[in-house]
Design a protein around this ligand. Structure first.
Ligand SMILES: O[C@H]1[C@H](O)[C@@H](O)[C@H](O)[C@@H](O)[C@H]1O
Ligand SMILES: [Fe+2]
Length: 376
């Protein structure tokens, strides 16, 4: 069994994971698009404008991990990863890429940067696309911060969603959260560097706590580290001010949360919360930053942890077949996502036809290939 999807809560990070040996920094950032990792997909026929290379080495299968594994206490390490093999930030074939992404993130994510990005992307009114279109764009994003995934993020979306669906068959809104949670990574296709899109998040404006990955070897050139206002336990925050009042490092979590809010998704508070904080590992898994949390945060924490089991442990080389799964998820989109038409007078003239479910997102300049894909 290739996956290690389980019902037990993920353990706290161990000392080994917290103090990794820094890997050498590669000078050139690898490209965002890794065509060699993209499989030929049946779903590609729906979107002929984007040419998907076909030389993938991974297997595309109809279903994800074996559901019987969901309740199995330990993984079958013979054919796949066991729980302890995930999130290895010490060594592994992708370590240079992962370390370099975090080095840049921890150097450049400052209070000032985060404030600017929140303003820049807060409006969500410059472009429209359907949710499925946004999801399909993730065919072109390989997350460079992730030591466990070297295939396009669209597959990870279906893996997560299907894992949740198997374990929580009665909660269809939760299935949809699995599908949507990483859509914010489309920011990597509009010129945002990956360090401003992917990876674990952390609060800026206060002392960086111990469970942040590569904490000891990646923050030395961050200008906020020498600002005394930002280097106490609370920094610019009040005790137990609530995470909604904390400036998190900018990335796909906060962006997708804003998109969901702006588009008035009819999902429960838990759904919004899971999307917004799913990458905040130093909190939900590391147990840090509790001094900033209020009661709401603590009430939501079990949901974030529940989500995390599927987000993390469904990552495996057996890839689902999106074209087979799309009808089910399209029905959930129909149920929970308003169609967005006529809600936003500032939407551009080249928005998709009125019949399409629309997502208002904020992108000033899409690469030509993306525009063609969305609007032809
Ligand atoms: O939530 C996950 C998690 O934080 C991973 O460690 C990171 O690599 C991914 O970018 C993110 O989506
Ligand atoms: Fe994510």
């Amino acid at each position: 069994m290739p996956c290690s999807e389980r019902s037990s809560a993920p353990g706290r990070l161990t000392g080994d994971l917290l103090s990794p040996v820094p890997a050498p920094v590669s000078s050139a950032s690898p490209p965002y698009i890794r065509p060699e990792a993209i499989n030929s997909r049946a779903g590609a026929a729906d979107s002929p404008e984007i040419s998907l290379p076909t030389a993938g080495r991974m297997k595309v299968v109809n279903v994800g991990c074996d559901p019987s594994e969901v309740y199995r206490p330990e993984g079958d390490a013979e054919n796949g990863k066991s729980k302890g093999d995930y999130r290895n930030f010490k060594d592994g074939p992708l370590m240079d890429r992962v370390y370099n992404t975090y080095l840049q993130m921890h150097t450049n994510q400052t209070v000032d940067f985060v404030q600017r990005k929140n303003e820049e992307y807060g409006g969500c009114h410059l472009r429209r696309m359907t949710i499925m279109e946004a999801l399909d764009l993730l065919d072109n994003v390989v997350d460079e911060s992730d030591p466990d995934v070297n295939f396009p993020n669209s597959y990870h979306a279906y893996q997560t969603a299907e894992g949740i669906r198997r374990a929580h068959p009665d909660k269809d809104w939760f299935h949809l959260v699995g599908l949507l949670h990483d859509i914010g990574k489309i920011l990597a296709l509009v010129g945002e560097p990956q360090w401003a899109v992917v990876g674990d998040t952390f609060p800026v404006g206060c002392k960086v706590q111990d469970s942040v990955v590569f904490r000891d070897s990646t923050f030395h050139n961050n200008p906020d580290m020498t600002n005394p206002l930002y280097n106490t336990k609370y920094g610019i925050y009040q005790p137990h001010c609530g995470l909604e009042n904390v400036l998190m490092s900018w990335g796909h979590d906060e962006y997708m949360y804003k998109v969901m809010k702006h588009n008035k998704f009819a999902l429960p508070q838990e759904a919004f919360y899971m999307v917004r904080f799913h990458s905040f590992y130093p909190w939900h898994t590391g147990g840090d930053y509790m001094h900033l949390c209020n009661e709401d945060d603590l009430r939501m924490l079990p949901w974030v942890k529940e989500f995390n089991k599927f987000d993390l442990y469904t990552k495996c080389g057996e890839l689902p077949n999106p074209s087979e799964l799309k009808p089910y998820y399209q029905s959930l989109i129909g149920k929970y996502c308003p169609d967005g038409q006529g809600e936003d007078e500032t939407a551009p003239k080249d928005s998709p036809p009125a019949s399409k479910k629309a997502l208002h997102v904020t992108h000033q300049s899409w690469p030509a290939s993306v525009n063609q894909y969305l609007y032809s």
